[in-house]
Design a binder for this molecule. Sequence first.
Ligand code: SF4
Length: 337
Amino acid sequence: MFDNKSNTVFEAGYLKLYRSGLLKTIADELYQSISECSICPRCCKINRFKSYSGFCHSGYKVIVSSYCLHFGEEPPLVADSGVGNIFLGNCNLRCLYCQNYQISQNYHIEKNNEVSFEKLADIMIELQEKNATSIGFVSPTHFLPHILKSLIIAIEKGLTLPLIYNSNGYDSVEILKKINGIFDIFLPDFKYGDNEIALEYSSAKNYYEIALDAITEMHNQVGSNLLYGNDGRLKRGLIIRHLVLPNNLAESFKILKGIKSSIGTNVCLSIMSQYYPAYKAHEKILISRPIRESEYNKVLNILEELGFENGWLQDYESKHIYKPDFNDRITPFKIKE
Ligand code: SF4
């Protein structure tokens, strides 16, 4: 596979929206809306200024569980110096096998990592000063309004890097439309082709349709081509991640067929073999083992049959390389340049 790229002079999309005043309007509107929260498709309608009782157990302050330069993302994102990843705490999914479960599923503990918008802005600036290629928000969905409020402060302190929206795909199209132009790079997961399985393993209703619609909207915003700056770093585009699960629980064929018919085969895919049983995976027999090489190869064959040509394939043996440990919040990943 190869990447579908072109070179361009780049300015992050949010800068134009900041200059026009629109970024502030969007940030304020979204932040106010958490008083009856519908930021993600769960539409809990709770008041996050007063309560943590939404599905994501997240309130009016943003939770930063960890941040670092990360070298384990796709090659054009890492480029010469790594992505400046900011790992937000909690999640709007409950994946029984979550590899980041230490920070995504421990809301009592993660509440201790609530920070101010100023602090999140300072983190973005710190990562930019460390020569990050971009700022990657990992699990941004439930904290999107907080990210935008912090972004305004970061812009005023000199932020210019592109932003990555690295989500689980369980995003609201309506909210994505509102933030059109702010994120230059979308890096969503597409986890399940079967809603019953998504409900059982991630407590997510209608995951397939919701993720397909959300990713289609991301594609509407940035297209299929990857745009590189004159510095050779990825500046704009969509990369759809798909983690192959044991026993075909992800229904990879249905996912790839859905992408083909809604988005086309030019889009960049990142096919991942790194599944290993984490968190509560040992309680469910069908996800209690890594994937087999034959299972992975079957998905690669489907890719070829459907005509996908752009993107990246993880090596089958990669599961040990990408295993995070958030007990070490400073360097949760041991991958080096
Ligand atoms: S962001 Fe959290 S509180 Fe808001 S709708 Fe989603 S899960 Fe519920």
